[in-house]
Design a protein around this ligand. Structure first.
Ligand SMILES: CC(C)(COP(=O)(O)OP(=O)(O)OC[C@H]1O[C@@H](n2cnc3c(N)ncnc32)[C@H](O)[C@@H]1OP(=O)(O)O)[C@@H](O)C(=O)NCCC(=O)NCCS
Length: 427
């Protein structure tokens, strides 16, 4: 059996050879044109990034290393991280060796708790998470090796080492933030040989939660792990990492983007909207009541959280996976029932609004209701869970980019006057 470092070393040689050949033979091949609408529209659809960990075709949804998400929902986050990094699912022996790198790094440095305790009591949990990650930058092996003059060829190895350190510690940090921020009692220490999901459930103090909670957490950590490189959190991480900033700087920057309401914070917004709906109608609302409430929300100038997507044009397969879980474990819960009813009502309403390109639910439309069902009612915490999973993809992308010797990211910007001249001169 090859260790993860040996296995990746072999892959890295192949990736570099493929890249060199592609550039040599096709360096000037034109892949796409960019329109003025795309420049004004957040670069939507502009093909300008290479990302092998996952792809998101707009009519299929998430595909991780060639395998559609639907076929991966029973896997563990450790297996998914291995797949994201290498392109293969691990066998039992490989998984054991790989997981040991994460398990051996569970201890959170004491100063992290001191920093978090010094923050005001009403600090958003995402600020706590980002602060914790950033203040651990002094742990970066990549930064230390860089100062010692490491060779470019080896950048990926120390980025991977940082990834193991970070991913090993994050469940403890995320659990600690939950207990600290919401007065759930003392911090709970990790258990050395527990898997990532089990240890997280243990450290938030929910080992006795009703049946299915462990499975939900495992699914949650898998479903949010990666979504190609163009979304706000991934792109930010890619850009910051390309300056040879280490993983602590890069991931914490990316997660600041995840904390925006149009991105990862949408799960918090969405469950708020669903709970408000249930409160307003004293229980599971009828479809007519939901329809009225959707119209009221739209009229007030707000978006319907959990619906729409910058890329997808179908029901997000991640939403479908959560829906399937809910039908199995909490079909009687009014909050979950409201999610189901909303799904039956909202797309038809959004389809009538011409400017909306995707009327379908995204991953955030259903996840919160399931957390809520298990008594996880601290809504501002939900994005931390999203982050805990997304760090797998952000880290894997960083390792692969280092392996492929990706240079600093530097697209070109132009002023308005340049656009005017360009349009004028071509007419
Ligand atoms: C995800 C999202 C940001 C994608 O944005 P986008 O790529 O600009 O989407 P579109 O091109 O379809 O948007 C066109 C218009 O429709 C609006 N729109 C899109 N989704 C909408 C929704 N769920 N409710 C109301 N309006 C919506 C946009 O706000 C935009 O309006 P504007 O031109 O007045 O600014 C957007 O769909 C959204 O805000 N959804 C709700 C938040 C959410 O669930 N985010 C999580 C994403 S995983």
């Amino acid at each position: 059996m090859l260790s993860i470092y040996e296995k990746l070393s072999q892959k890295v040689d192949v990736w570099r050879a493929e890249g060199a050949e592609m550039l040599k033979n096709n360096g000037n091949f034109k892949v796409s044109d960019v329109t003025v609408s795309q420049i004004y529209g957040g670069m939507r659809g502009v093909i300008s990034l290479l990302c092998d960990t996952s792809e998101v075709p707009n009519d299929k949804g998430l595909i991780i290393r060639g395998t559609p998400l639907k076929e991966l929902t029973q896997k563990s986050p450790e297996e998914i991280f291995y797949l994201l990094l290498t392109g293969d699912l691990p066998n039992q022996e490989e998984l054991e060796e790989f997981s040991s790198h994460i398990r051996n790094n569970k201890e959170v440095p004491g100063y992290v708790w001191d920093v978090l305790r010094a923050l005001p009591a009403d600090t958003h949990p995402m600020v706590m998470l980002d602060t914790a990650i950033l203040c651990m930058q002094r742990e970066s092996v990549f930064a230390k090796k860089y100062d010692e003059g490491m060779k470019k060829n080896d950048y990926w190895k120390y980025t991977l080492e940082d990834a193991f350190n970070l991913i090993g510690r994050l469940p403890g940090i995320a659990a600690g933030i939950y207990r600290m921020r919401f007065n759930k009692g003392d911090l709970i220490a990790p258990v050395a040989d527990m898997d990532l999901t089990g240890d997280y459930v243990h450290m938030i103090g929910m080992e006795d939660a009703p049946k299915g909670f462990y499975e939900l957490m495992k699914l949650f950590l898998v479903l949010h792990s990666d979504h190609e490189a163009g979304n706000v959190s991934a792109l930010t991480t890619v850009v910051v990492n390309s300056a040879l900033s280490d993983l602590y700087y890069s991931v914490s920057a990316g997660l600041n983007g995840l904390a925006g309401p149009l991105h990862g914070l949408a799960n918090q917004e969405c469950i708020k909207w669903i709970v408000d709906t249930v409160d307003k109608f004293n229980g599971t609302p009828t479809k007519e009541q939901i329809s009225d409430y959707v119209t009221e929300t739209l009229k007030s100038g707000k978006v319907i959280p959990g619906y729409g997507h910058a890329v997808l044009r179908i029901v997000d397969p991640r939403f479908e996976a959560f829906l399937e879980f809910g039908k199995k474990y909490c079909s009687e819960n009014p909050i979950f029932q409201t999610v189901v009813q909303t799904f039956e009502v909202v797309p038809d309403i959004l389809k009538q609004i011409e400017k909306i390109k995707d009327p379908w639910p995204n991953v955030d439309a259903g996840s919160g209701a399931l957390l809520y069902h298990y008594g996880f009612k601290e809504l501002s915490y939900y994005t931390v869970l999203f982050a805990l999973s997304r760090v797998l993809g952000l880290s894997a992308q960083a390792v692969v980019n280092r392996a492929k010797l990706k240079p600093i990211t530097r697209p070109k910007s132009v002023p308005y006057s340049w656009l005017v001249e360009k349009v004028k001169s071509s007419s």
